[in-house]
Structure formats: structure tokens, C-alpha cells
Design a protein around this ligand. Sequence first.
Ligand SMILES: Nc1ncnc2c1ncn2[C@@H]1O[C@H](COP(=O)(O)OP(=O)(O)OP(=O)(O)O)[C@@H](O)[C@H]1O
Length: 244
Amino acid sequence: MIEFQGLAKHYGEFPAVQPLTLAVRRGEVFGFLGPNGAGKTTTIRMMMGILVPSAGRVLVDGLDCQADAAEVKRHVGYLPDNPIFYDFLRGREILQFVAEMHGMARPAAVERAAQLLQEFGLQDVSEEFAVNYSMGMKKKLGLACALVHDPAVLILDEPINGLDPRAAREVQDRLIASAAAGKTIFLSTHLLDMAQRMCNRVGIINHGALVATGSLDELRGASSDNSTLEELFLKFTNEDSMAA
Ligand SMILES: Nc1ncnc2c1ncn2[C@@H]1O[C@H](COP(=O)(O)OP(=O)(O)OP(=O)(O)O)[C@@H](O)[C@H]1O
């Protein structure tokens, strides 16, 4: 469960995220959508305690993402928009390192790393330096790192971007299955087909403000049309983007 309570961020006078109030339920895949520069990454960085909010707060499982940042990390798996790895560690070593950072003993960490390498199809490159991985491989390794400690909540910044179609579908299926098993997933993306397929609800943010929230049917509103998420996104972000 994630609760945003008037969460806001200003860079100087610039309102990057305007007071955001929203609840994401357990077992839900929630898509956080918005044009470039809308405030998605800023919001996610506040959720991870990387940025200090200008106002409000965000809670994960009742824990304040600022005040209880260390404890929050036990509950959360995080995939940054551009995962960066130590250039002197191999893929397998990175996973083991992250597992041990989460308190696993060495044998359990070795086993968990092997399991995730297999699951993400990275066994053949497990002994390569991760810094040399392709973008898609880095994304898969980053996802594996996010999942290492089997967290209750996943916060994923562009989890599918850069993956080939088969890998993209496999990751989507895995995330859908995780949510069905009770995990809460909050993801940002520009891939609206993917969001339409896998998200129970979405929130659309534009110029830092949440302009729409709901399921696809709720966003379609009273009109009984069959608008796609892409069409709704363009509608909800139209005026402002024209003015920008
Ligand atoms: N450190 C910073 N200082 C000043 N402005 C910033 C800073 N970081 C982000 N911004 C601005 O805040 C706004 C929101 O940026 P953010 O990265 O959150 O957008 P985003 O929705 O993740 O965009 P994208 O889809 O392009 O990744 C943008 O206008 C950006 O230029």
C-alpha cells in the first residue's frame, strides 16, 4: 500500500510536482504516466528517499519514505530509470552483493542470484562485467536487483523500455503474476500499450499535477466509447502540452 499525502517538490520557484494525493492498493499494478518533464522521476525519487519533498509525504506500508527511509527499503524493490552498476563487478557478483546488502547469508545470496539470473535469461552473461551489458540486459539485471529480497512493493521507473519484445512480454507477465500474488507495483512508463495491458489503474501527471486517475473504463468516463489509453493520454495532456 502506497499513500501520497500532498507530496510536492519545487526546484526553486519551479513546481516539479504539485501536491499529490493518491492511494495505491495492495495487489495493484499502478501506471504513473505523463509527458517528458511531467514530474514522474521526481516523484519516484521522493518515494525512494533520494529527494526531500518540499511539502507533504509519501508512505509505504505505513512507513514515511523520508523519516523511515532505511526501513522502507526493506519493503521496496526499486528500479531506477537508468540503472548504473559498479564497473568492477560481474552480473552474478552484483546480484550476490545486493542480496547480501539485504542481509542474506552468502549461501542464500549465491542461490538467489543464480535463480534470478536464470529467471531473467542472464546465465550466459553472468560472468561478464555488467557495465558492458546491453541496455536491455542492464534493465533485466536492475529488475533482478529490485526483486532480490522479494519485496512487497515494487517501484519501477520505465521497467520495459529497452527490452526486446519477448523480454518485454516476459517481464510484463512476471509483474502481473507478482501483483496477483499480492505485491503492489507502481511503475512509470511512456509505453501506453503496455500500460493498458498490465495496469489496473493509471494516474496521468502533466506539468507536475495529477490530471486523471482511474481504470481505463473510469478514464473513459460517461462516454461509452472504446478510447485507447493512448487516446485518453493525448486528451488529458492536450491543452497543457499545447501551451508549453
Ligand atoms: N535537479 C533539478 N533541478 C531543477 N529542475 C529539475 C531537476 N530535476 C528535474 N527538474 C525538472 O523537473 C521537471 C520534472 O522532471 P522529471 O525528471 O521528474 O520528469 P519526468 O516526468 O520523469 O520526465 P521524463 O519522462 O522525460 O523522464 C522537469 O521540468 C525537469 O526539468
